[in-house]
Design a protein around this ligand. Structure first.
Ligand code: S3P
Length: 444
């Protein structure tokens, strides 16, 4: 059942909150814990639907995964190469990360497995992972256009691979590195543009030898395979991609002051903070520390008048999931914001470029949508609002427009808020606790 929600103009937002655990790190903690020898304790795990799909899949592949208390999980792994053939199809729901990383792991396990997902995941491209994973010796059968469902015939004679990423994608990089774990010798990935390095950091945390170096403009990552991993405890920080919603909500409501504690600040993820600062936002970071190889801190923001900026295209991978909420900030800022190099936004949970362009236009925002760009002309005041937005199974589109509705003249509604549970369970309550006014739409 679709769950429509509506957001109405609110006063200043105030408060100190924590957001749910980082989605990228949560998937990786479950997967690496499932391959390590011994029992790993994970705290702060995101209990959103995407990560719960990964937990279920790792169980189906033979790992012992159990929930002790909210956010606290224990995983007893099977050892490198020790996953077992699942006796049914693995359903990865809405999660591209779960699907692509798992296809990587399964490529070098010598059995047959089949993965599927929801309507959104079934339209997303998988050739970007099956092309490099075929080089290990694995074979794949999928639907036309490289779409799920996919059947994977993993190889038992894996060859190490040397692969240059044609698109900036941490999921593709991670799929190759994870396949390389069960291949002899050194697997190498070359990135023309650095992407989030959670896999590299967590592999190191679990005792795998990972070398990272620069070669001209490229980043080169080398993983040594067939190494036994040892169980490790992981404390998952709050997700900066989730924190971005309350931070922008505060930035666009005069008089607001919000702090999000315990946020992951990996420099290859935190580009939204730099961009908001460029726009004139007053952001403070305190209490910086390192947990499970990841930088973590408390982020505070005070509302200020925002101005339009040009977002440097080289910053795109470090804020790839934050463009929907940045577009909301840009719609309330004074002047023009130009975002370029956004082709990847068209193959996320939805086509986010057209979803933002259509939704913001319907709310009265002047903009131009290009093939891989979005230009937004802000007036220095929030737009009129008054639209019902089609979410198209995309959690970040839903949350972005609910944040916008807290500032617009007329309310903004989303036709289905259910996908928010994939990454940010409790979003509406948490935001309302800060002073936003999100409510159910009463349908006859
Ligand atoms: C992710 C990588 C990014 C990001 C996604 C999570 C990851 O996808 O959009 O939400 O955890 O590796 P791409 O690799 O497709 O850019």
């Amino acid at each position: 059942m679709p769950r429509p929600l509506v957001s109405r103009s609110a006063g200043a937002l105030e408060g100190t909150i924590v957001v749910p655990g980082d989605k990228s790190i949560s998937h990786r903690a479950l997967m690496l814990g499932s391959l390590a020898v011994g029992e790993s304790e994970i705290t702060g795990l995101l209990e959103g639907e995407d990560v719960l799909r990964t937990a279920e899949a790792m169980r189906a592949l033979g790992a012992h995964v159990r929930r002790e208390s909210p956010g606290q999980w224990r995983v007893a792994g099977c050892g490198t190469g020790g996953l077992a053939e699942p006796d049914n199809v693995l359903d990865m729901g809405n999660s591209g990360t779960a699907a692509r990383l798992l296809i990587g792991l399964l490529a070098t396990h010598p059995f047959v497995s089949t993965l599927t997902g929801d309507a959104s995941l079934r339209r997303r491209p998988m050739r970007r992972v099956t092309d490099p994973l075929s080089m290990f010796g694995a074979r794949f059968v999928c639907r036309e256009g490289g779409r799920l469902p996919i059947t994977i015939e993993g190889t038992d004679e894996a060859l190490p691979v040397n692969y240059r990423l044609p698109v900036a994608s941490a999921q593709v990089k991670s799929a190759v590195l994870l396949a390389g774990l069960n291949a002899p010798g050194v697997t190498t990935v070359r990135e023309p543009r650095a992407t989030r390095d959670h896999t590299e950091r967590m592999l190191t945390h679990f005792g795998v030898l990972v070398a990272v170096f620069r070669d001209g403009a490229e980043t080169v990552i080398e993983v040594t395979g067939e190494v036994e991993m040892t169980a490790r405890d992981v404390r998952v920080p709050g997700d900066i991609s989730s924190a971005a919603f309350p931070l922008v909500a505060a930035a666009i409501r005069p008089g607001s002051a919000v702090t999000v504690r315990n946020v992951g600040l990996n420099p290859l993820r935190a580009g939204i903070l730099e961009t908001l600062r460029d726009m004139g936002a007053a952001i403070r970071i305190d209490n910086v520390r390192t947990e499970a190889g990841e930088p973590v801190g408390d982020v505070s923001i005070d509302a200020t008048e925002l101005r339009g900026v040009d977002v440097p295209p080289e910053r795109v991978p470090a804020m790839i999931d934050e463009f929907p909420i940045l577009a909301v900030a840009a719609a309330c800022a004074a002047g023009t914001t130009r975002m370029t190099g956004l082709a990847e936004l068209r193959v996320k949970e939805s086509d986010r470029l057209s979803a933002m362009a259509e939704g913001l236009s319907a709310c009265g925002v002047a903009l131009e949508e290009g093939q891989d760009s979005l230009t937004i002309h802000g007036t220095g005041h929030p737009p009129q609002g008054g639209a019902m937005i089609a979410v198209d199974l995309d959690h970040r589109i839903a949350m972005s427009f609910l944040v916008l509705g807290g500032a617009t003249g007329d309310p903004v509604a989303v036709d289905d808020a259910a996908p928010i549970d994939t990454s940010f369970p409790g979003f509406a309550d948490l935001m309302n606790g800060l002073g936003l006014r999100i409510a159910d739409v009463i349908t006859p």
